[in-house]
Each structure stands twice: as C-alpha cells, then as structure tokens.
Design a protein around this ligand. Structure first.
Ligand SMILES: Cc1cc2nc3c(=O)[nH]c(=O)nc-3n(C[C@H](O)[C@H](O)[C@H](O)COP(=O)(O)O)c2cc1C
Length: 178
C-alpha cells in the first residue's frame, strides 16, 4: 500500500489543464509506453471512493484482434481501431457497497485518467456508447460476471490539437447564492 499526505504546494497549472483537456478521437500510430499507461492507471486509482473501497479494475488492450472484436460492439468502432491502447474500466461488484456511490467513484477515476493522459501530452476519449453491449465486451475480454463495464478509454498520441468544445457560463449553472 502507498500512503500520501496532503502537501502545501499550490499548482496554478492545474485549472488550465482541466480546461485544456479535450476528447481526442484521432491518433497517430506512435505507440503509448507501458510506463505512460501505468501512470494513467495509477492516477485513476488515486480517485476518492466511498469507504475507500476502490471499486475500479482495468484491462490494458493493445491486441489488434481484441480491438477488432471490441470495435464491433459500438458505433465508435473507428476510434477503437485507430487507438493504440484501450483501457476498459470495470466496476468490481464484489467490493461494491452502494451502486450510486461506486459509479460516482468510477467517474472520478476516469476523469483523473483523462487529466493524467492530457498532462503527459497524450489524447484520449471516454467511450460510453459501447455500454449497450457491455456483456459482449465482458466476454471478449474474458472477465468474470462480477466485473461490470463502466467505460472504455481510447488513448494515443493526438492526431491533431485543434479539437474545441464549449461550456455554459457558470452564471447559467449556479442556481442561487444564498
Ligand atoms: C459518460 C460519457 C460517455 C461518453 N461516450 C462517448 C462515446 O461513446 N463516444 C464519443 O466519441 N465520445 C463520448 N464521450 C465524450 C463526450 O462526447 C465529450 O466529453 C463531450 O462532447 C465534451 O467534449 P470534451 O470532452 O472535448 O470537453 C462521452 C463522455 C462521457 C462523460
């Protein structure tokens, strides 16, 4: 087990990273190192979870054969075929104690992973549409029933850096200040 304590340092670049992160769906064919994958997964694992139950599990997929099978499970198959690395993220139902809280924790885990890969200069996208075939994906990945697919992260070196997005201004989002 690793232990970290809260540090006193402030990092001004972090808010910028949150805003710079974009869903990247096109990649070069340059490989993503195992060290980078481990850093991304570790960042995910430092997300908060209820009772610190850490309900997430990961599979690292590089195999072309498996990617071809997964591509058939979603209309975003082109992204899956193009990405050098996929990380399916699974809920470990064996340690789950509250479905809402556990899925929230997994969302936090996935966002950590997206921010980590962005900070490494990589691009990625959270794929959720594939969940319509989560059972088929579980079988393709040869996983037991207690692992439920939550998302697939597609990761690679960005094919371009001109992806844009927008958000509602916070004035429309904050309902009231009381
Ligand atoms: C739960 C969830 C599911 C998503 N599923 C898909 C998907 O199946 N395919 C896809 O191309 N993008 C998917 N996205 C990415 C969103 O389209 C993207 O985050 C949104 O358009 C905002 O763009 P940005 O990430 O660049 O800020 C998903 C995002 C989330 C959070």
């Amino acid at each position: 087990m690793q232990t970290y304590r809260i540090g006193p340092d402030m990092d001004d670049g972090f808010i910028d990273l949150i805003k710079r992160r974009r869903s990247i769906r096109e990649y070069t064919q340059e490989d993503v190192s195992d060290a980078a994958v481990d850093t991304i997964v570790e960042a995910g694992s430092w997300a908060p979870s209820g009772l610190n139950n850490q309900p997430w599990r990961f599979v690292v997929v590089r195999s072309k054969e498996i990617r071809e099978k997964l591509a058939r499970c979603t209309r975003y198959g082109k992204i899956i075929l193009n990405a050098p690395v996929l990380i399916p993220i699974l809920l470990n139902k064996a340690v789950s104690y509250d479905r809402t809280k556990d899925t929230q924790a997994i969302g936090a885990c996935i966002q950590n992973m997206l921010l980590a890969l962005c900070s490494l200069g990589l691009g990625g996208v959270w794929l959720g549409e594939i969940l319509k075939n989560k059972e088929e994906v579980r079988i393709v990945l040869d996983l037991p029933e207690e692992l439920e697919l939550m998302a697939v992260l597609a990761i690679g070196h960005p094919g371009h850096r001109n992806q844009s997005s927008d958000r509602e201004p916070i004035g429309n989002l904050i309902l009231k200040r009381i």
